[in-house]
Design a protein around this ligand. Structure first.
Ligand SMILES: *Cc1c(COP(=O)(O)O)cnc(C)c1O
Length: 244
Protein backbone atom coordinates (compact mmCIF):
# COMPACT_ATOMS: atom_id res chain seq x y z
CA UNK A 1 0.00 0.00 0.00
CA UNK A 2 1.19 3.56 -0.67
CA UNK A 3 1.99 5.89 2.23
CA UNK A 4 -1.05 7.90 1.29
CA UNK A 5 -3.18 4.75 1.25
CA UNK A 6 -1.97 3.82 4.74
CA UNK A 7 -2.62 7.34 6.03
CA UNK A 8 -6.10 7.28 4.51
CA UNK A 9 -6.87 4.00 6.29
CA UNK A 10 -5.65 5.42 9.57
CA UNK A 11 -7.71 8.59 9.20
CA UNK A 12 -10.77 6.54 8.21
CA UNK A 13 -10.40 4.34 11.30
CA UNK A 14 -9.96 7.37 13.57
CA UNK A 15 -12.93 9.14 12.00
CA UNK A 16 -15.06 6.04 12.51
CA UNK A 17 -14.15 5.96 16.21
CA UNK A 18 -14.96 9.63 16.64
CA UNK A 19 -18.21 9.20 14.74
CA UNK A 20 -19.15 6.35 17.08
CA UNK A 21 -18.40 8.50 20.13
CA UNK A 22 -20.53 11.34 18.76
CA UNK A 23 -23.40 9.00 17.90
CA UNK A 24 -23.29 7.44 21.39
CA UNK A 25 -23.16 10.82 23.10
CA UNK A 26 -26.12 12.04 21.05
CA UNK A 27 -28.11 8.92 21.91
CA UNK A 28 -27.25 9.26 25.61
CA UNK A 29 -28.40 12.89 25.57
CA UNK A 30 -31.59 12.10 23.65
CA UNK A 31 -30.39 14.25 20.79
CA UNK A 32 -30.46 13.54 17.10
CA UNK A 33 -27.09 12.86 15.46
CA UNK A 34 -27.97 15.54 12.94
CA UNK A 35 -27.91 18.18 15.68
CA UNK A 36 -24.13 17.92 16.06
CA UNK A 37 -21.61 18.92 13.41
CA UNK A 38 -18.07 17.55 13.44
CA UNK A 39 -15.30 20.01 12.65
CA UNK A 40 -11.98 18.26 11.95
CA UNK A 41 -9.19 20.40 13.40
CA UNK A 42 -6.25 19.95 11.03
CA UNK A 43 -3.73 22.34 12.62
CA UNK A 44 -0.10 21.18 12.36
CA UNK A 45 -1.11 18.55 9.77
CA UNK A 46 -0.47 19.00 6.04
CA UNK A 47 -2.87 19.89 3.25
CA UNK A 48 -2.50 16.29 2.03
CA UNK A 49 -4.32 15.16 5.19
CA UNK A 50 -7.09 17.69 4.58
CA UNK A 51 -7.41 16.25 1.07
CA UNK A 52 -7.67 12.70 2.44
CA UNK A 53 -10.26 13.77 5.02
CA UNK A 54 -12.28 15.42 2.27
CA UNK A 55 -12.19 12.16 0.29
CA UNK A 56 -13.55 10.46 3.44
CA UNK A 57 -16.51 12.81 3.54
CA UNK A 58 -15.28 15.52 5.92
CA UNK A 59 -16.70 18.92 4.95
CA UNK A 60 -15.88 21.12 7.95
CA UNK A 61 -12.27 21.87 8.89
CA UNK A 62 -10.82 24.01 11.65
CA UNK A 63 -7.48 25.81 11.93
CA UNK A 64 -6.05 28.06 14.64
CA UNK A 65 -3.16 29.95 13.01
CA UNK A 66 -3.58 32.13 9.96
CA UNK A 67 0.01 31.65 8.77
CA UNK A 68 -0.69 27.95 8.50
CA UNK A 69 -4.35 28.01 7.50
CA UNK A 70 -4.04 30.47 4.61
CA UNK A 71 -1.69 28.37 2.46
CA UNK A 72 -3.52 25.15 3.42
CA UNK A 73 -6.89 26.56 2.42
CA UNK A 74 -5.39 27.80 -0.86
CA UNK A 75 -3.93 24.34 -1.55
CA UNK A 76 -7.38 22.81 -0.95
CA UNK A 77 -9.43 25.44 -2.78
CA UNK A 78 -10.75 22.82 -5.22
CA UNK A 79 -12.39 20.80 -2.41
CA UNK A 80 -15.92 21.23 -1.03
CA UNK A 81 -14.77 22.43 2.41
CA UNK A 82 -15.99 24.98 4.91
CA UNK A 83 -13.16 26.56 6.92
CA UNK A 84 -13.57 27.47 10.58
CA UNK A 85 -10.98 29.74 12.18
CA UNK A 86 -10.75 28.76 15.86
CA UNK A 87 -7.56 30.42 17.15
CA UNK A 88 -6.72 33.74 18.72
CA UNK A 89 -7.06 36.33 16.01
CA UNK A 90 -4.91 39.45 15.75
CA UNK A 91 -6.65 42.39 14.12
CA UNK A 92 -4.01 42.63 11.40
CA UNK A 93 -4.83 39.05 10.32
CA UNK A 94 -8.53 39.75 9.77
CA UNK A 95 -8.02 40.47 6.09
CA UNK A 96 -6.21 37.22 5.46
CA UNK A 97 -8.64 35.08 7.47
CA UNK A 98 -11.60 36.57 5.57
CA UNK A 99 -10.21 35.08 2.34
CA UNK A 100 -10.97 31.51 3.38
CA UNK A 101 -12.90 31.36 6.66
CA UNK A 102 -16.67 31.00 6.59
CA UNK A 103 -16.71 31.01 10.40
CA UNK A 104 -14.57 32.63 13.05
CA UNK A 105 -15.17 31.00 16.46
CA UNK A 106 -12.83 33.26 18.37
CA UNK A 107 -14.21 36.79 18.29
CA UNK A 108 -13.39 37.97 21.80
CA UNK A 109 -13.31 41.76 21.66
CA UNK A 110 -15.35 44.55 20.14
CA UNK A 111 -12.31 46.00 18.38
CA UNK A 112 -12.09 42.93 16.16
CA UNK A 113 -15.64 43.19 14.79
CA UNK A 114 -15.19 46.17 12.45
CA UNK A 115 -11.97 45.02 10.72
CA UNK A 116 -13.25 41.47 10.36
CA UNK A 117 -16.59 42.65 8.98
CA UNK A 118 -14.89 45.06 6.56
CA UNK A 119 -12.57 42.30 5.34
CA UNK A 120 -15.54 39.98 4.80
CA UNK A 121 -17.35 42.64 2.78
CA UNK A 122 -14.23 43.10 0.61
CA UNK A 123 -14.17 39.36 -0.02
CA UNK A 124 -17.86 39.38 -0.89
CA UNK A 125 -18.73 37.04 1.93
CA UNK A 126 -20.49 37.07 5.26
CA UNK A 127 -18.54 35.50 8.09
CA UNK A 128 -20.40 33.56 10.75
CA UNK A 129 -18.96 35.02 13.94
CA UNK A 130 -18.98 33.28 17.31
CA UNK A 131 -18.01 34.92 20.56
CA UNK A 132 -15.35 32.94 22.38
CA UNK A 133 -16.17 32.93 26.07
CA UNK A 134 -13.37 32.64 28.65
CA UNK A 135 -15.01 30.70 31.45
CA UNK A 136 -11.79 30.63 33.46
CA UNK A 137 -12.40 34.33 34.03
CA UNK A 138 -15.83 33.96 35.60
CA UNK A 139 -15.83 35.08 39.20
CA UNK A 140 -12.04 35.29 39.18
CA UNK A 141 -10.55 37.61 36.56
CA UNK A 142 -7.06 36.83 37.88
CA UNK A 143 -7.49 33.26 36.71
CA UNK A 144 -7.84 34.33 33.09
CA UNK A 145 -4.69 33.01 31.51
CA UNK A 146 -4.98 35.18 28.41
CA UNK A 147 -5.61 32.30 26.04
CA UNK A 148 -8.28 34.35 24.38
CA UNK A 149 -11.95 34.73 25.06
CA UNK A 150 -14.28 37.39 26.38
CA UNK A 151 -15.32 37.59 29.99
CA UNK A 152 -18.89 36.22 30.34
CA UNK A 153 -20.06 39.69 31.46
CA UNK A 154 -18.89 41.14 28.14
CA UNK A 155 -20.91 38.71 26.02
CA UNK A 156 -24.19 40.69 25.69
CA UNK A 157 -22.48 43.82 24.43
CA UNK A 158 -20.16 41.90 22.13
CA UNK A 159 -22.96 39.91 20.47
CA UNK A 160 -24.91 43.12 19.86
CA UNK A 161 -21.84 44.69 18.28
CA UNK A 162 -21.31 41.70 15.99
CA UNK A 163 -24.97 41.60 15.01
CA UNK A 164 -24.74 45.27 14.02
CA UNK A 165 -21.58 44.81 11.91
CA UNK A 166 -21.91 44.53 8.16
CA UNK A 167 -20.08 41.47 6.83
CA UNK A 168 -20.62 39.51 10.04
CA UNK A 169 -23.51 37.25 10.97
CA UNK A 170 -23.79 36.49 14.67
CA UNK A 171 -23.61 32.68 14.71
CA UNK A 172 -23.30 31.77 18.42
CA UNK A 173 -20.82 31.11 21.21
CA UNK A 174 -17.66 29.05 21.61
CA UNK A 175 -15.54 27.94 24.54
CA UNK A 176 -12.60 25.77 25.48
CA UNK A 177 -12.94 23.88 28.77
CA UNK A 178 -10.99 26.03 31.23
CA UNK A 179 -7.87 24.85 33.05
CA UNK A 180 -8.26 27.45 35.80
CA UNK A 181 -11.01 29.14 37.75
CA UNK A 182 -14.18 27.65 39.17
CA UNK A 183 -14.77 25.30 36.21
CA UNK A 184 -11.26 23.82 36.13
CA UNK A 185 -11.49 20.05 35.82
CA UNK A 186 -15.26 20.18 35.38
CA UNK A 187 -15.87 20.38 31.64
CA UNK A 188 -19.49 19.39 32.08
CA UNK A 189 -20.21 22.39 34.32
CA UNK A 190 -18.29 24.70 31.98
CA UNK A 191 -20.25 23.53 28.95
CA UNK A 192 -23.53 23.81 30.86
CA UNK A 193 -22.63 27.42 31.67
CA UNK A 194 -21.84 28.07 28.00
CA UNK A 195 -25.23 26.61 27.05
CA UNK A 196 -26.91 28.92 29.54
CA UNK A 197 -25.11 31.96 28.11
CA UNK A 198 -26.00 30.76 24.59
CA UNK A 199 -29.67 30.58 25.44
CA UNK A 200 -29.55 34.16 26.78
CA UNK A 201 -27.95 35.23 23.50
CA UNK A 202 -30.66 33.43 21.50
CA UNK A 203 -33.36 35.31 23.39
CA UNK A 204 -32.08 38.51 21.74
CA UNK A 205 -30.66 36.95 18.54
CA UNK A 206 -32.71 33.84 17.65
CA UNK A 207 -30.54 32.92 14.64
CA UNK A 208 -27.38 32.62 16.76
CA UNK A 209 -27.78 28.89 17.27
CA UNK A 210 -24.21 27.59 17.17
CA UNK A 211 -22.72 26.29 20.39
CA UNK A 212 -19.11 25.35 19.66
CA UNK A 213 -17.69 23.22 22.46
CA UNK A 214 -15.94 19.90 22.90
CA UNK A 215 -12.56 18.65 21.74
CA UNK A 216 -11.03 15.16 21.54
CA UNK A 217 -10.99 14.73 25.32
CA UNK A 218 -14.39 16.10 26.23
CA UNK A 219 -16.76 15.80 23.29
CA UNK A 220 -19.19 13.64 25.32
CA UNK A 221 -19.56 16.32 28.02
CA UNK A 222 -20.07 18.98 25.37
CA UNK A 223 -22.76 17.04 23.53
CA UNK A 224 -24.51 16.27 26.83
CA UNK A 225 -24.60 20.02 27.51
CA UNK A 226 -26.02 20.90 24.09
CA UNK A 227 -23.03 21.62 21.84
CA UNK A 228 -23.96 21.89 18.17
CA UNK A 229 -20.36 21.87 16.89
CA UNK A 230 -17.48 19.79 18.24
CA UNK A 231 -13.89 20.63 17.23
CA UNK A 232 -11.87 17.42 17.03
CA UNK A 233 -8.16 17.34 16.24
CA UNK A 234 -5.94 14.70 17.81
CA UNK A 235 -8.57 11.93 17.95
CA UNK A 236 -8.76 12.09 14.16
CA UNK A 237 -5.30 13.20 13.02
CA UNK A 238 -3.07 11.95 15.82
CA UNK A 239 -1.24 13.51 18.73
CA UNK A 240 0.45 16.82 17.99
CA UNK A 241 3.83 17.90 19.28
CA UNK A 242 3.45 19.82 22.58
CA UNK A 243 3.95 23.13 20.78
CA UNK A 244 1.14 22.43 18.29
C1 LIG B 1 -6.55 22.39 18.79
C2 LIG B 1 -7.91 22.85 19.11
C3 LIG B 1 -8.98 21.95 19.13
C4 LIG B 1 -8.82 20.45 18.92
O1 LIG B 1 -8.20 19.89 20.03
P1 LIG B 1 -7.97 18.30 20.17
O2 LIG B 1 -7.75 18.10 21.62
O3 LIG B 1 -6.78 17.98 19.34
O4 LIG B 1 -9.19 17.64 19.67
C5 LIG B 1 -10.24 22.45 19.41
N1 LIG B 1 -10.44 23.77 19.64
C6 LIG B 1 -9.44 24.67 19.63
C7 LIG B 1 -9.73 26.09 19.90
C8 LIG B 1 -8.14 24.24 19.37
O5 LIG B 1 -7.15 25.13 19.35
Amino acid sequence: MTDSGARKEQLAANLAKVEERIAKACAAAGRSRGDVTLIAVTKTYPASDVRLLSSLGVEQVGENRDQEAGPKAAACADLPLTWHFIGQLQTNKAKSVARYASYVHSVDRARLAAPLGAAAVREGREIGALVQVALDAEGDPAAHAGRGGAHPDEVPELVDRIAATEGLRLAGLMTVAPLAGRYAGDARAAFARLAELASLVRAAHPAATMVSAGMSGDLEEAIAAGATHVRIGSAILGTRSPLG
